[in-house]
Design a protein around this ligand. Sequence first.
Ligand code: KQY
Length: 373
Amino acid sequence: MAKILSTTPRADGFRMPAEWEPHSGCWMLWPERSDNWRRGAKPAQHAFAAVASAITEGEPVTVCVSPGQYVIAREMLDPAVRVVEMTSNDSWIRDCGPTFVVSDEGVVRGIDWKFNAWGGLGDGLYFPWDQDDLVGEKVLEYERDDRYAPDFILEGGSIDVDGEGTVLATEECLLNPNRNPNLDRAGIEQMLRDYLNVDSVLWLPKGVHLDETDGHIDNFCRFVAPGEVVLTWTDDTADPQYAISADAFERLASMRDAKGRSLKVHKLHQPRPVLITAEEAADVDHVPGTLPRQAGDRLAASYVNFYIANERIVMPGYDDPRDLPAQQMLADLFPGRRVTVVPGREILLGGGNIHCITQQEPLGKIKRARRAA
Ligand code: KQY
């Protein structure tokens, strides 16, 4: 039986691996709520299905679906995808799902963080979030993985690790009083050290302009290798993103990671501003308690929100002239992986992108052996 552990990954010799380390698979949730996804979530479902198909080329994918959508999802999803029943409030498993950690012996465990819909009753994005908060536990039960369950609110999209002792995060999100108001910077750093088993926390002040997650790092700046990051960028000094990215670039240039390396920063130019059309806004149900979608609102479009699968990168495209250079840059940065571009607009209309709707599970030695048997 899987256990709930009262120790910490650091004390037990477990660490969060980098996303480019081998996976046993990828987890996703199925979108259906009509107050976040237009037209009863049908266009989003097609977009999620395309992401799942692209990832299955590199690793097994499991999509968790509510009872009412099971048959529909099973029909729409690639036959290679495993579909299991699971209730949730929405479909952002990066944030409400578990974070997996591994030991040097190849044992996999999970961290079941607390989740409050990106800010709780004050400025969270919807209410309730009780079923989302159970997703981490449910996935770990399926996997029979022992779990840590700290009393700490954290979304997976708010951290990015190199697997060698360094984590990137934004102050805008992790130090926001709407997450863990009882902890100061030192207290939050200690939680990251203890649970991710890192030695250095590299802080950037803000994330992407108008990102409704309070500036998640996974949409803004991510490791692509030890000592190398990609940073969303614009050359347009009049764009509000310019000052945020330029400031981050300067800070990153003077940082050292846990191994003492300085960072190589790759500027990944953002697409043109993506605005919600009147038709798109009209097709989302308006429900009190859920962040409304309004015509003309700018979305936090970024190419940094890609998923690193085994032998594949799956990145969002925006039908934009910058799509191709972004794909080329990621292909150069990940030479062993083919880069697949999947249309990202429908997912972006819900408030995030491909990385936000996926959660990798690392390949531990025990699962490796189980699979070979
Ligand atoms: O981008 C994400 N990690 C999640 C965005 C949540 C949006 C809810 N409307």
